[in-house]
Design a protein around this ligand. Sequence first.
Ligand SMILES: [Zn+2]
Length: 280
Amino acid sequence: MIAAHCHVQFKAFSGDSDEVIKKCLAQGMILNLVSTQSTTSAHAVETAERFDGCYATIGLHPVHVFETFVDEKEGGSFVSRAEKLDYEYYKKLAQSKKVVGIGECGLELFHFPEGYTKEEVLARQKEAFLLQYKLAQEMNLAMSIHVREAHDEMIEILKTLPHPIRAVVHCFTSNWKHAQEYLNMGMYLGFTGVITFPPKKSNPQIQFDLLEVVKNVPVDRMVIETDAPYLAPNAYRGQRCEPWMVVEVNKKIAEVKNMGLEEVAKHTHNNAAKLFNIPT
Ligand SMILES: [Zn+2]
């Protein structure tokens, strides 16, 4: 199984990241450590180089192009640094054979920096995203795209780029209409423990919409992720999420699509291997 998106190089794992990685590798898993800024990118590459079966995706998350207060329950809260994308820095990191992707890059309108208009936020995030797209093209790498409350805006940007686009929309949580737009552009959709959550009492439709997507997406266009340390699947809710918990995501997909566990695992593994060009 390839856990296509986790952050074992983050602070939440600072005391035991090697142990967590070894535990996952011992189960035959392959890990893709995804980054959010310059420091976590360097750390991902350094970590990936020490372990067979461990790869890195490097880049700048849209929340890190501004100084923003982020309150993540499982991973603790932090104030992001306003980082300007240093193309040459990331390009140098991307020389490592263990780098398989660029990201997570994209648009984020949920965590909103104080004192800016929506237009200003989108403009700066878009600039960073397009530079990372350019880097992905130059280095022949896939992209892991983060989109939160900005799918229409992201789809608009992607439509201006040549297709097919070699990318995964990480932690997809929107509806079938948006999903189809991405699929039509040749992209993959990434699913996390969110698909195992019970419907919210205040708005159950969100979860129904998401499960409709899981049901409809062709199995050869899905990848499984955890976003560890965030978003532990329902069976482990409240705990620090770890990449091996990705089996719960696999299980939920099998249940919703009425397929065998092995079959879903085989497909999602092959999809991630193809997308990120990971030797298996
Ligand atoms: Zn992530």
